[in-house]
Design a protein around this ligand. Structure first.
Ligand SMILES: CSCCC(=O)C(=O)COP(=O)(O)O
Ligand SMILES: [Zn+2]
Length: 197
């Protein structure tokens, strides 16, 4: 149901996220676009550092399971939303790093004057880039509905859910991982800067 190459890429990305301490416990979820009817996504409740390819399942664009007997990530609708809204998105990674969690509890996050902003396609460091922070909600359908117009109005480089974690995406699993790594670097820098103040 899920192409082996994609399942392998997602399982490997989960291991790499775990090595960076971005997916404690069973936190985080990972997905990739398969085609215009299917999304590959981690099943709910597994440790993302110990993913097996059999933990990667398929859902449709409404988040309904296509892999009999398997329960998709609790946050599947947030992944589906990104594939639906942005055709260039090929993979979505979500983690719960300390930096994303702590900073998101202090309100909006703006990155200014960081060279690494070029990783997101900006031509210069001389720019202020806002990473939106959305209020957490245990009703993921309601959360998705709330953020949809915000994502469309001003497509961000990623986003954070307050007290929860970060969402990053890219054209492929590898590209999404690079962008997540750059985002985590920026979040860690901001955390250190605020500590020094
Ligand atoms: C253990 S963290 C709570 C759930 C969560 O936020 C998460 O990212 C993992 O949920 P999933 O259903 O994808 O395992
Ligand atoms: Zn989460």
């Amino acid at each position: 149901m899920v192409p082996a190459e994609l399942a392998n890429a997602l399982a490997e990305a989960g291991q790499r996220m775990d090595l960076r301490c971005w997916v404690p416990g069973s936190a985080g979820n990972l997905s990739a676009r398969v085609d215009d009817a299917r999304i590959a996504i981690t099943r709910s409740g597994v440790h993302k550092g110990r993913l097996k390819t059999s933990d990667i399942m398929a859902v449709d664009y409404d988040g309904k399971t296509l892999s009999e007997g398997m329960k998709p990530s609790a946050e599947t609708l947030l992944h589906c939303q990104l594939y639906r809204l942005f055709p260039q998105v090929g993979a979505v990674l979500h983690g719960h790093s300390v930096a994303a969690t702590v900073l998101s509890m202090q309100g909006a996050i703006t990155f200014s004057d960081y060279e690494i902003l070029k990783a997101f396609g900006f031509a210069t460091h001389e720019i202020d880039v806002v990473l939106p922070v959305y209020a957490n909600d245990q009703d993921i359908g309601r959360l998705a509905a709330y953020i949809e117009p915000l994502l469309l109005r001003d497509p961000p480089i990623g986003y954070v859910i307050a007290g929860h974690g970060v969402y990053a995406w890219g054209t492929s699993v590898e590209h999404a991982y690079w962008r997540l790594e750059a985002l985590e670097f920026l979040l860690q820098c901001e955390l250190e800067r605020r500590r020094m103040k």
